[in-house]
Design a protein around this ligand. Structure first.
Ligand code: MG
Length: 367
């Protein structure tokens, strides 16, 4: 089988809550997502999606994804989409870095492999573990009282894991952690995610002030070394996210005992092939994972569901259903949250059928 063409579509994804706010005064109201179709000479089309969380989050932005895809795609014509290792080598040789550019293409090729073999991507990645898996809910940065109210509301929808967006004023963040932990019930999980927003000294202050609270501390500071300093100071379980941008950082972090959990974002590491490699390494080393992406809609959520559903339960800390945060659904067959849980499709590939009437005309067409 050979890649015969590639199309990319741009779609806007507004948020149910109106906006999503995190550290540094950052906010997004409408996500700018890119949907990729990889066409083949066998008549099979695979689908992928990439949706950066705005240009201020990681070194990635929506227009950059499309520019990179237009640059890279002509060099993939004729390649075998099912030879995923070779395909990733070809992408890495043709374009240095820019993992998020490659992610949707890699995702689409997994969809092709699944459709050609008649197997779900989760089956190809190790098999569906159990019926479904638990999700977390991100709680946008608001006042402590508003965030506690959001948690109470999302609890009623079945969520039991809550990721607070902190990383603001440290005194307010201490209040946010205390106010939200007060509304939790036994068995709930609370994560304080600073998204790199604290200085090292502020992070140590916050971690000290909440040392009696059952809370995880996530990515307090911008750099790995700053996070490691906080980690060595605090007795709270510790999550690394933004600095885990590839398997080498996982190896380094494990060597330094720098974290208990990582946040594995598919596009941050370059696609499902590399995310699965990291997932398998973490399982072998006993590091739990939140499996997710920077953002996205139905196809990103489907890809997350396959990687998460094929992960041993004790190492799957949580996962995300981004398509429930946004008001637009553009693919039939995408997984839908039920009682705070999600399941991957058992259909071949990713199990999604994008609606071309909603995607409109392609903004990139190669081949
Ligand atoms: Mg995070």
């Amino acid at each position: 089988m050979k890649i015969s063409g590639l199309r990319a579509y741009r779609i806007e994804l507004p948020l149910h809550e109106g906006s999503y706010k995190w550290s540094g005064g950052n906010a997004v109201t409408v996500f700018d997502s890119t949907v990729v179709a990889v066409d083949t000479d066998a008549g099979i089309t695979g689908w992928g999606e990439v949706c950066p969380l705005g240009p201020a989050y990681l070194p990635a932005y929506a227009a950059g994804a499309r520019t990179g895809i237009a640059e890279l795609a002509p060099q993939l014509l004729g390649a075998d989409p099912m030879a995923l290792g070779t395909l990733n080598e070809r992408m890495d040789a043709a374009m240095r870095g820019h993992p998020y550019v490659k992610s949707a293409i890699d995702m689409a090729c997994w969809d092709i492999l699944g459709k050609a073999s008649g197997l779900s991507v989760a089956t190809l990645m190790g098999g569906h573990v159990g019926d479904d898996f638990a999700l977390y809910r991100a709680i946008s940065q608001e006042s402590p009282e508003q965030m506690a109210a959001r948690i109470a509301a999302y609890r009623k929808e079945g969520y039991t894991k809550f990721q607070l967006k902190v990383g603001g004023d440290p005194n307010t963040d201490i209040d946010r952690i205390r106010a939200t932990s007060a509304v939790l019930e036994r068995g709930d999980v609370l994560i304080a995610d600073a998204n790199t927003g604290w200085t090292q000294h502020a992070a140590i202050r916050v971690a000290d002030a909440v040392r009696d609270v059952d809370v995880y501390i996530e990515q307090p500071c911008p750099t790995y070394d700053q996070c490691l300093a906080v980690r060595r100071h605090t007795n709270r379980p510790f999550v690394l996210d933004e600095v885990i941008d590839g398997i080498d950082m996982v190896v380094r972090g494990v060597g330094d005992r720098a974290m208990d959990v990582i946040n594995l974002k598919i596009s941050k590491v370059g696609g499902l092939t590399k995310a699965r490699q990291i997932r398998d390494l973490c399982v072998s080393l006993g590091i739990a994972m939140t499996i997710e992406d920077t953002w996205g809609g139905d196809i990103t959520t489907a890809a997350i569901s396959h990687l998460a559903h094929s992960t041993p339960t004790r190492y799957l800390f949580s996962a995300t259903d981004f398509n429930s945060y946004v008001t637009v659904s553009f693919a039939d067959g995408a997984p839908r949250r039920a009682q705070g849980r999600l399941a991957a499709s058992r259909e071949p590939g990713l199990g999604v059928k994008p609606r071309l009437d909603l995607l409109g005309q392609p903004v990139i067409k190669i081949g």
